[in-house]
Design a protein around this ligand. Structure first.
Ligand code: HEC
Ligand code: HEC
Length: 204
């Protein structure tokens, strides 16, 4: 009996230590912080099935969320839950989340390193076209230098080319209707310029 109890404590101790390691910072209130970190780590387990165990999505039409901007991840989860951004996979997943879960999950993923998908750099011709489109539309006015994003504006550099093309097309048809301003902007930009931008961005 004593032995069983001891084993249980060792396991619990190991789990709590694991949670601290994941969380990174030593908690003020050990017990409750460990529980919170652990439950976030549990909640994100299912995400790896598609967004990747190492941050590399299992399919090119699935976006990278490791290292994405925290505010942006939160807004997307919120919009999936509200139905403002429609997607038959993500809507049911987000619908079970409370605001606090979304904030914790957004923080968790924003702190993972952005993965390198090893996509080729765009040719000079494609890069020139993309940069000239950027000069006229001013993408980097919002997405910032080197397309790294900030806050609720997403990082685009190094995102999969297929996902970028898909989501740009969805903005254009307003199938992705959660940001009408982005849809207007995409509709005002030529499909050829957008294709060049998707190729250029994926290779950054
Ligand atoms: C079954 C596969 C699957 C699972 C599991 C999954 N996702 Fe997704 N996720 C997707 C797909 C596909 C998209 C792209 C949707 C679209 O094209 O609009 C996406 C999009 C997203 C986006 C938007 C990213 C962007 O760049 O706009 C976020 C944020 C996200 N998922 C977070 C999560 C989190 C957090 C979990 C776990 C709680 C999760 N996903 C689980 C497939 C999945
Ligand atoms: C006025 C500011 C602004 C400008 C200019 C702008 N964007 Fe955006 N962009 C945003 C914001 C904000 C979002 C997030 C929208 C949301 O919450 O769904 C976004 C989202 C995106 C996404 C979706 C990323 C993802 O992970 O799903 C792509 C792709 C994108 N922008 C490409 C571009 C390109 C290419 C240009 C230039 C042709 C551009 N944007 C110009 C503000 C801007």
């Amino acid at each position: 009996m004593m032995r069983g109890e001891l084993d249980w404590r060792l396991i619990l101790g190991g789990t709590l230590l694991g949670a601290f390691l994941v969380g990174g910072t030593p908690p003020a209130n050990a017990q409750s912080t460990a529980e919170k970190v652990q439950s976030t780590a549990e909640k994100v387990e299912i995400c790896a099935g598609c967004h990747g165990q190492d941050g590399k999505p299992i399919d090119k039409t699935i976006p990278i969320i490791w290292g994405q901007q925290q505010g942006y991840i939160y807004i997307q989860l919120r919009d999936f839950k509200r139905g403002d951004r429609k997607n038959e996979i993500m809507q049911p997943i987000a619908s079970t989340m409370e605001r606090e879960d979304m904030l914790a999950i957004a923080e968790y993923f924003s702190k993972r390193p952005w993965p390198d998908l090893g996509q080729p750099r765009a040719s000079k011709e494609v890069a020139d076209r993309a940069l000239s489109a950027n000069r006229s539309v001013g993408c980097t006015g919002c997405h910032l230098d080197h397309f790294q994003g900030d806050g609720t504006v997403p990082r685009l550099a190094g995102m999969s080319r297929e996902y970028l093309a898909k989501t740009i097309a969805d903005f254009r048809t307003r199938a992705r209707g959660n940001n009408p301003g982005m849809s207007d902007l995409m509709l005002a930009t030529s499909p050829d310029d957008l294709a060049a931008l998707a190729e250029y961005l994926s290779g950054l």
